[in-house]
Design a protein around this ligand. Structure first.
Ligand code: UDP
Length: 387
C-alpha cells in the first residue's frame, strides 16, 4: 500500500510488554496486521522492544514505567526526551507519511505544536478523557492532527474542543480472538478473576468485599504501581505509600485479602494469564470509573469467560447483557449477577470475540482512519508554509 507509519508507543514499556501493558499490547496487536496489509512501520519505543518492525527509534534502552511513579517534576523529562526523538525523525526523515501516536498528553501537545511542519497524525486516546481538562479543553490540531477514541462512550465524555478533532473510535482487539470459536473450552474452576492494574478505578476493593459477602473465591491479578509480585511489595518500605495505587492497596484491598476467599497473585503474563482467565467462572469488573477501552474485557470474551461488570464506560458497547456477560448499574447489583452467570454460554463469548475484536478488524479500521487523516484539506492559514 506504500504507506509508512511512525507508530509511537512511548517510553514506558517494551512492545510487546512483559505482562501488564494496555497500550503496548494494542500496538503489538496492530503492527503485524498493518504490515500484512503492506504498511511499513517505524516504531518509536524502547530499545528492548522485540516486535518485528521496519525500523526502531528509541532513546531509552528499557522501559521507564517505574519512573512514572515518581513525582512529576522528577519524571517529566522522560516523555519529553522520547517525544523529542519522534519530532526529530518526523523532521529529518522523508519516508514518514503519517504518525500514529499513543503517548498520553505529551504526544498530542507536541504534534499539534509542530503546526504545518507536522506530518498528518492520528493520536489515539487510550485513557479517561476527564483527565487533562486544560489540554483537552483547548486543543487545536490545525490541519494535521486528529484523534480517535477506543470506545464511543469515552469520546462522548470528551471536552468539545477534543471532540471536534475526533475521527471516531476503534474498539480494541486481541490476538486471542483469532479462531477463538475453535479454541477448546476452558477447564472451568469455581473462582472469579479480576485482571488489571490494582487501582481505585478498577474497583478491586469492591470485588473483594463482594467475594466475602456473597461467598465466592476471587483471584486478583495485576501489578500494584511498580510492584509486580507480592514479595516485592511486602519488601517495599513505607515510602512506597506515596504511590496512590500502593496506598489504595494497603488501605482498601489488602485487609480483604485472606488467601482463602480472596488471593492476590501479582502480575500474570502469557500462558499463565490466559489460563487463569480461561479457567475462571467469570471475569469480574467492579468498576468505579468510566472504563475507556477494556482490553481485559475483550480478552476475557476471547478466552470464553463471561464478564460480570458494573456497566460503566465502554462496557455496554462490548458486552451484550444476558449473552456475553451480565451488567449491573452499580457495585451493589453485582452479587445477584455472580450467582446467575452459569446460564451464559462460553461459546457465545468466543464467537463474539472472533467476529468483533480480531486484530484484522482493528487494523482495517485504522487504515481507514489513516486515509481519512491524510485526506484532510490543508488550509492556507496553517498549511501554507508546509514541507
Ligand atoms: N495484564 C496482564 N497481566 C496482569 C494485568 C494486566 O497481562 O497481571 C494485561 C491485560 O491482559 C490487558 C492489559 O494488561 O491486556 C491491561 O489493559 P486494560 O485495558 O484492562 O487496563 P488499563 O490499560 O486501563 O491498565
Amino acid at each position: 500500500m506504500g504507506l509508512t507509519v511512525l507508530m509511537n508507543a512511548g517510553p514506558w514499556l517494551a512492545v510487546p510488554p512483559p505482562g501488564y501493558g494496555g497500550i503496548e499490547n494494542v500496538v503489538a496487536t496492530l503492527v503485524p496486521e498493518l504490515r500484512r496489509l503492506g504498511v511499513r512501520v517505524v516504531l518509536a519505543s524502547v530499545g528492548e522492544s522485540t516486535l518485528e518492525v521496519d525500523d526502531l527509534i528509541s532513546v531509552f534502552p528499557d522501559g521507564q514505567f517505574a519512573a512514572l511513579q515518581r513525582p512529576y517534576n522528577q519524571v517529566m523529562g522522560v516523555a519529553h526526551a522520547h517525544q523529542n526523538a519522534v519530532v526529530r525523525a518526523v523532521r529529518e526523515r522523508d519516508d514518514i507519511d503519517l504518525v500514529h501516536d499513543h503517548v498520553e498528553a505529551v504526544g498530542l501537545a507536541v504534534l499539534t505544536a509542530m503546526g504545518p511542519r507536522a506530518r498528518p497524525a492520528l493520536h489515539t486516546l487510550h485513557w479517561d478523557l476527564g483527565k487533562h481538562p486544560d489540554l483537552y479543553g483547548h486543543v487545536d490540531g490545525g490541519d494535521r492532527v486528529r484523534v480517535n477514541g477506543v470506545s464511543a462512550a469515552q469520546l462522548a465524555r470528551a471536552p468539545q474542543a477534543l471532540r471536534e478533532h475526533a475521527v471516531g473510535h476503534v474498539h480494541l482487539a486481541t490476538p486471542l480472538a483469532v479462531d477463538a470459536e475453535r479454541r477448546p473450552p476452558g477447564d472451568k474452576a469455581d473462582h472469579l478473576v479480576v485482571l488489571g492494574r490494582i487501582t481505585p478505578g478498577k474497583g478491586q476493593h469492591l470485588g473483594a468485599r463482594l467475594a466475602h459477602e456473597a461467598g465466592f473465591d476471587l483471584v486478583l491479578a495485576g501489578p500494584v504501581g511498580p510492584y509486580r509480585r507480592p514479595e516485592e511489595l511486602a519488601a517495599a518500605g513505607p515510602e512506597a505509600g506515596q504511590n496512590p495505587d500502593v496506598r489504595y492497596w494497603r488501605e482498601q484491598v489488602a485487609p480483604l485479602v485472606d488467601d482463602v476467599r480472596v488471593r492476590w497473585v501479582g502480575m500474570v503474563a502469557g500462558a499463565a494469564r490466559d489460563e487463569l482467565v480461561a479457567n475462571a467462572r467469570a471475569s469480574l469488573f467492579p468498576l468505579c470509573w468510566e472504563e475507556p477501552g477494556g482490553t481485559a474485557v475483550i480478552e476475557s470474551l476471547a478466552l470464553g469467560t463471561p464478564v460480570v461488570a458494573v456497566g460503566r464506560g465502554c462496557l455496554p458497547e462490548l458486552i451484550e447483557h444476558g449473552r456475553t456477560g451480565l451488567l449491573a448499574d452499580d457495585g451493589d447489583g453485582l452479587a445477584d449477577l455472580v450467582a446467575d452467570v452459569a446460564r451464559l454460554d462460553e461459546r457465545e463469548c468466543r464467537r463474539e470475540a472472533g467476529q468483533r475484536f480480531t486484530p484484522a478488524t482493528m487494523a482495517r479500521r485504522y487504515v481507514e482512519l489513516y486515509e481519512q487523516v491524510r485526506r484532510l484539506p490543508t488550509t492556507s492559514a496553517s498549511g501554507g508554509g508546509g514541507r
